[in-house]
Design a protein around this ligand. Structure first.
Ligand code: DI6
Ligand code: FE
Length: 411
């Protein structure tokens, strides 16, 4: 025992653990626990009563004073790099216009494209840095950032480069998703297939060669791209060994999720209109369902995602902010925990799994992130709470006490 503990660098004592290990019951809780770290990874965890002997002179011991530790939170779906904002459209919606009407009248995603193309990399970085900092201050240690407001090769690459720069400036792991097939740029009006060819034949090859993205995403929807167009993008991504994911069944049921399952997608996101056939296709392909209560709330949707079917088929449910200027201008994963429970009726344990182990799974990171387990990255949030359900229950007082990234205390 003492040989093993000799290499520990940091040891949390006097803590409670919500391990969030996949398949564990509830929170996978271990009360009155300790957790040791070596080389940025979790080296030991368990009941403090079973702590092996260790050399107190060579280990940095942190007294957690009864706090709860969870895995650092994972926000597996955001669009935080963009120019401008759409507060004007928010006003229009309150005066009676729908999201789709605004999009069809040249507003919506396309108006953010204009502002994003006009912005310099420095400007995009500065505004996204504020959003990422807000997420980080609430316990996020891994985030996915999508492109999709450039819609031409230069500007899509500009967005992905800003996402890469963000990863260097804050202690947050950034996964980049290429979402060139997000909306039709105005210069391709009436020629969506030509734009899809540009995505497949110019953007994806360049992005893959220069390792600018970790996955490829498509908005498969009436106001986005058709099934046939979506399939072309999936095929191009696969040909370049890029994993895929999809925005599907958000406003209607086009079958994008089942198509994505055929291509072994990591996740299908939104899915308010998904039917049972789609849910069972997800299960068969071991896909994660990414539920986005912020967009549901902000667009005042009424169609709930099929939670009972997802539970019945045992599909993992992740929760994310979808932070973006149009449908979810919200940079708080803590608020999403609350909304996942109040709006989607998830239990607090399901919601917390959604921003830890299942969020990591949605990004293909389930063997290194989102769980407190031996060998996992020591990305750890320390919360001033009495019980894990508090993370979902109270909103507006940030209970984050400390945040560790790869074993280093960063907050
Ligand atoms: N679905 C969404 O909720 C966001 N993108 C997408 O495909 C909305 C993006 C926006 O309105 O700017
Ligand atoms: Fe989205």
């Amino acid at each position: 025992m003492s040989i093993k503990s000799a290499s520990w660098q940091t040891l949390w004592t006097n803590v409670n653990l919500a391990t969030m290990t996949e398949g564990a019951k509830g929170y996978g809780a271990i009360e009155n626990a300790a957790l040791a770290i070596t080389d940025g990874k979790i080296a030991w965890l368990g009941s403090e009563a079973e702590l092996p002997s260790f050399d107190a002179n060579s280990v940095n011991v942190i007294d957690g004073k009864g706090a709860w530790l969870t895995p650092g939170l994972v926000d597996c779906h955001t669009h935080i790099v963009y120019g401008g904002n759409r507060a004007n459209e928010f006003e229009m919606r309150l005066e009676g216009k729908s999201y789709e009407e605004i999009a069809n009248a040249g507003g919506g995603i396309v108006s953010t494209v204009k502002a994003t193309r006009a912005a310099s990399k420095e400007e995009l970085f500065a505004s996204a840095f504020k959003r990422l900092s807000a997420l980080h201050q609430q316990g996020v240690t891994t985030v996915e950032i999508k492109s999709g407001y450039g819609l031409d090769t230069i500007n899509e690459i500009k967005m992905l480069e800003v996402a890469s720069d963000l990863a260097k400036s804050l202690p947050v792991t950034v996964q980049r998703a290429f979402l060139g097939a997000h909306a039709l740029p105005v210069e391709y009006k009436g020629r969506p297939d030509d734009y899809i060819n540009l995505v497949c034949e110019d953007m994806i090859p360049q992005i893959a060669t220069n390792k600018l993205a970790d996955a490829v995403d498509v908005f498969c929807e009436g106001i986005g791209f058709s099934l046939a167009q979506t399939e072309k993008v999936f095929a191009a991504a696969k040909a370049h060994n890029l994993p895929i994911k999809v925005h599907a069944e958000q406003l209607s049921n086009l079958g994008g999720t089942a198509l994505a399952a055929k291509y072994q997608a990591m996740s299908s996101d939104h899915i308010e209109f998904l039917d049972e056939a789609g849910v069972s296709a997800m299960k068969a392909a071991d896909m994660t369902a990414v539920l986005l209560p912020g967009a549901f709330y902000f667009l005042r949707e009424t169609q709930l995602p099929p939670m009972d079917l997802l539970r019945k088929h045992g599909v993992s449910m992740a929760i994310a902010t979808d932070a973006n200027p149009g449908s979810s201008p919200i940079c708080s994963l803590q608020l999403m925990l609350n909304m996942a429970c109040t709006l989607f009726r998830l239990t607090p344990a399901e919601a917390l799994a959604g921003v830890t182990c299942h969020g990591a799974k949605a990004l293909g990171l389930s063997s290194s992130k989102g769980q407190l387990a031996i060998g996992y990255d020591a990305d750890i949030a320390c919360w001033d709470i009495q019980q894990p359900a508090e993370l979902c229950y109270q909103f507006g007082v940030n209970p984050l006490q400390n945040l560790m990234k790869s074993g280093e205390m960063v907050i």
